[in-house]
Ligand binder design. Structure first.
Ligand SMILES: [Zn+2]
Length: 279
């Protein structure tokens, strides 16, 4: 789950959850919490959802003042790790079979979370968000209003690293992971291991527009075709939309050269060896 999936999820959660009061909290693995389960439950039950937003790959669920609560915690943070199914259930509707988290609301609706690997579910005070070890250090997202081309140029200035590592580091740019980065780099004809210091102004501009257009296109299509949204439906962005990602051996859409899969540090990259020349 990357920026498009989290954006779609937060939009859908906004429509369904704002104004709903939490009445039930189940967490199968309290390791994902930032406090003991009892404390977490006490802090959450009775609170109403005021808004749901996302920042990169994080969901930020704002909680209004509770009925009895003198809790200083007013923000629920969720990060799906490698991925998660966050699925709504209505009153009298069944739950997804296997789930690790369940949050129920006063109208008997709610949602469950099935985590693929790990997740974070943190209850924090919004006034201390800057101190949060992950969200407090997130970069801006490519679709943020402030993420302009001059901002991006300044961000890349004097950086010595390699472009792929830089872009998937959430402290630099929030919301891009190993899925969308493939086509983002291909569109801008950049090899994943290209050193930032060797990129010229035209390449930076192409990269800027590629990031925005790939992410925007996916959001418009409801996110990835192999991940589920809040209503359990799959998105529309799939194999037909990807140009080279996950297309090992298929032809490059520009030059017909077979697409290769290479190791780039801890992750794999799909590239066209002709369009994305090794630096
Ligand atoms: Zn090519």
């Amino acid at each position: 789950m990357e920026l498009p999936e989290l954006t779609v999820l937060s939009q859908q959660m906004t429509k369904e959850l704002v104004g709903r009061r939490v009445v039930e909290v189940e967490v199968a693995n309290p390791k994902c919490l930032n406090m003991p389960l009892n404390e977490f439950r006490n802090g959450l039950v009775g609170r109403a959802v005021e808004s749901v937003k996302n920042r990169g790959k994080w969901l930020l669920i704002n909680l209004g003042a509770g009925t009895s609560s003198s809790s200083v915690f007013d923000l629920l943070l969720f990060n799906p790790g490698m991925g998660a199914d966050v699925i709504r259930f209505g009153p009298d509707e069944g739950l997804q079979e296997k789930h690790h988290i369940k949050i129920g609301f006063d109208d008997r609706s709610g949602f469950t979370v099935r985590v693929w690997w790990f997740c974070y579910l943190h209850l924090v005070s919004s006034s201390k968000l800057k101190e949060h070890r992950f969200v407090g250090h997130l970069g801006k997202s490519p679709l943020d209003e402030e993420f302009t081309l001059p901002y991006f140029r300044a961000l890349l200035e004097k950086r010595k690293g390699r472009i792929k590592n830089f872009l998937v580091d959430q402290k630099n740019v929030a919301g891009i992971g190993n899925v969308y980065i493939q086509d983002i780099l291909f569109n801008s004809k950049l090899h994943p291991t290209r050193r930032i210091s060797t990129m010229n102004a035209k390449e930076i501009e192409a990269l800027y527009h590629s990031m925005r257009s790939v992410l925007q296109e996916s959001i418009a299509m409801g996110g990835l075709a192999y991940e589920r949204n809040f209503f359990g439906d799959k998105g529309g962005f799939g194999a037909d939309q990807f140009k080279i990602a996950y297309k090992l051996g298929r032809s490059c859409p520009i030059c017909q050269t077979p697409i290769e899969k290479i190791k780039t540090g801890a992750t794999s990259s799909f590239i066209c060896p002709k369009c994305q020349k090794q630096p």
